[in-house]
Design a protein around this ligand. Sequence first.
Ligand code: C5J
Length: 243
Amino acid sequence: MNAPVSIPINTPMTAPLTIPARPFAFALPPGRAALIVIDMQRDFIEPGGFGESLGNDVSLLRAAVAPAQALLLAWRERGWPVVHTRESHLPDLSDCPPAKRERGQPSLRIGDPGPMGRLLVRGEPGCEIVPELAPLPGEIVIDKPGKGAFHGTDLQATLQGLGVTHLVFAGVTTEVCVQTTMREANDRGYDSLLVEEATASYFPEFKAATLEMIVAQGGIVGWAAPLEAVLEALRPGAPRQEA
Ligand code: C5J
């Protein structure tokens, strides 16, 4: 069983930053927030990868790269933790259940050789994060065999070790790996915000519906905010919430 989010007693408490968001303002506590960039891999974003093998127009995901990069750069300036995830499998596919590999009628299956190497296999070129968002030394990279980033990984222990209680999300695809991870985070007690332009789907209508699902019912899963609102809040000297 996963332990609920706990805060190390030595973590300094400073006044939260306020991000105008839906369904209401998101209070981001400095020192307790991590940026999670989900699966911005060549296999999803570039032609010849897993996403295209499923019949998708991968150019639709490109739209999220520049906004995610702007968010990442602003976050790095703050010096706060960054977690990159990669949907990926071991070369022997022992962590890829047949139910996942055999789903549908793709032109290539997970593990098959493609123009960027074996699809969604760790260490292959297609499995890498796109160069614009490449992790810096010291940033956390989580290889995840599932859609959710907590499933089969040490993400929970990693975030707890850092004293993180709040998550800001970017990445692809909105309704699959991003939403699954936000829902898993919600159940574990994290407050999560999705940055609207920094996420994308092969199905724009699914992205729009997911954003609505997240913020509905008073934020049943979490919050959503435009990139500009997040960048403004991250700007050094931006106003903080009253204590
Ligand atoms: C998918 C993902 N869509 N990263 N993976 O298969 O959303």
